[in-house]
Write a protein that binds this ligand. Structure first.
Ligand code: GDP
Ligand code: IMO
Ligand code: MG
Length: 423
């Protein structure tokens, strides 16, 4: 019996989907605990690339159950498309996937509210994925939300109408130029709800208690990254859920003392999509090279990702907040060919050294201080044993392990399932 967590340590897109897929064979259940279709988790195998938004990344394995937990917010329209995209792969969703009755629904008006809210903010917009995430979590904490379990009950459409009307008033109040045809959006929504009903709705915390009593193992799959956490991220440029380890407890009903390993995933450099502070962001050829070689475009929105050097101050913070027991370093292959590789080891502000991740990362006077490392020329994407890796690459890893005081257990050298070195 065990529960392990896997989560992103940066601003998302670290490669969580790939690693969950690699690890699934070791678990009975893969469970998403927060976020929603703002996530885009990419898996590659057999020459095919899949992008999952709401469905857990264990779905391609025969023997595991996949759970969408109570902490997740679900857009039935996006969910339906995801299921349709997977149709050629003959997955029996009714036996391999289940949804918590306590998960909240993203309504069409949540998406509209997200768009109106961003428009009203102008230049200071969050850079949201516009999937309705913020407004849906607002209704959850405001105790107005509609949950998956509600659609099994009489009269839920009245509840829907009331909430949608309220959202329309809120949109009007924001006084922005937002054109929409709600009737069409609602038609799609209600059709998609019928499809959603084909997946079993369950009392998921009870399911988890029973499975744990039966000695089953669970891997909880995080979405987004620790620096997008609603409490510990670069607020207000964050998402609306707890992306850090504690989110798995509330998002699945898992008691903290049942959690064993916390796998923390990071890229060998840093990326960010959307607005918000990013101390090590690059605006030069190095940044362009990372974006090009790393194919840094958002898996959900297609937006270019901002790129920069690894930020060890932020990474140390994320390791602490999550209690990471094992690290996984992704995309080292992208750094091949750089003469020098830099790591931000502290910040400097008004001539003072800052060694922790401070309250105000957005302060323009906060400058990264770098330590330089020698690069490596070799293409490492076809290497599958640690011993064949270039010495300078191994030095980079050794340095990070020493600084972070946590072992790096997986080195990923390419997007495919097979391009994974397990140590
Ligand atoms: P997630 O949201 O954390 O699951 O990550 P995304 O799927 O949004 O973004 C990670 C991207 O990097 C995807 O396009 C992956 O296919 C790709 N990827 C994952 N690991 C590696 C790696 O080690 N090297 C390279 N070059 N690409 C990788
Ligand atoms: P995965 O799971 C990267 C970012 C958005 C925006 C901010 C708020 O694929 O790593 P939201 O739509 O949540 O209101 O957007 O968070 N963001 C992500 N960035 N990866 C993600 O998920 C993200 N999910 C949200 O770009 O800056
Ligand atoms: Mg992603």
């Amino acid at each position: 019996m065990k529960v392990d967590l896997l989560l992103g340590l940066q601003w998302g897109d670290e490669g969580k989907g790939k690693i969950v897929d690699v690890l699934t064979k070791n678990y009975d259940i893969i469970a998403r605990f927060q976020g929603g279709p703002n996530a885009g988790h990419t898996l590659e195998f057999d020459g095919i690339k899949h992008v999952l938004h709401t469905i857990p990344s264990g779905i391609f394995h025969k023997n595991s159950m996949n759970l969408i937990g109570n902490g997740v917010v679900i857009d039935p329209v996006i969910f339906q498309k995801e299921i349709e995209n997977l149709e050629p792969f003959n997955i029996d969703f009714s036996s391999k996937l289940c949804i918590s009755r306590k998960a909240h629904l993203i309504l069409p008006t949540h998406r509209l509210l997200d768009a109106a809210s961003e428009l009203s903010k102008g230049k200071s917009k969050i850079g949201s994925t516009l999937k309705g995430i913020g407004p849906t979590y607002m209704d959850k904490t405001g105790r107005n939300g509609i949950r998956v379990g509600d659609i099994e009950l009489e009269g839920w459409s009245d509840k829907y109408r009331k909430l949608a009307n309220k959202h329309e008033l809120l949109i009007k109040n924001l006084n922005v130029d937002l054109q929409y045809k709600l009737t069409e959006l609602e038609n799609d929504f209600f059709k998609a709800i019928e499809k959603l009903k084909k997946i079993p709705f369950i009392d998921s915390e009870n399911f988890i208690f029973n499975e744990l009593d039966d000695n089953k193992s669970i891997l909880a799959e995080g979405a987004q990254g620790s620096l997008l956490d609603i409490d510990f991220g670069t607020y207000p440029f964050v998402t609306s859920s707890n992306t850090t380890a504690a989110g798995a407890c509330t998002g699945l009903g898992i008691p903290p003392n049942k959690i064993k390993e916390v796998f923390g995933i990071f890229k060998a450099y840093t990326t960010r999509v959307g607005s918000g502070p990013f101390p090590t962001e690059l605006f030069d050829n190095d940044g362009e090279q990372m974006a090009k070689v790393g194919n840094e475009f958002g898996a959900t929105t297609g937006r270019p990702r901002r790129c920069g050097w690894l930020d060890l101050v932020a990474l140390k913070y994320a390791v602490k907040v999550n209690g990471v027991t094992s690290l996984m370093m992704m995309k080292g292959d992208v750094l091949s060919g750089f003469k020098k590789i830099k790591i931000c080891t502290e910040y400097e502000q008004n001539g003072k050294a800052i060694k922790h991740f401070p309250y105000s990362v957005s302060d323009k006077l906060l400058k990264p201080v770098y330590t330089e490392f020698k690069g490596w020329k070799e293409d490492i994407s076809k290497i599958n044993d640690e011993k064949s890796l270039p010495k300078t690459f191994l030095d980079y890893i050794k340095y990070l392990e020493k600084e972070l005081k946590v072992p790096i257990s997986i080195i990923s050298v390419g997007p495919d399932r097979t391009q994974t070195i397990i140590r």
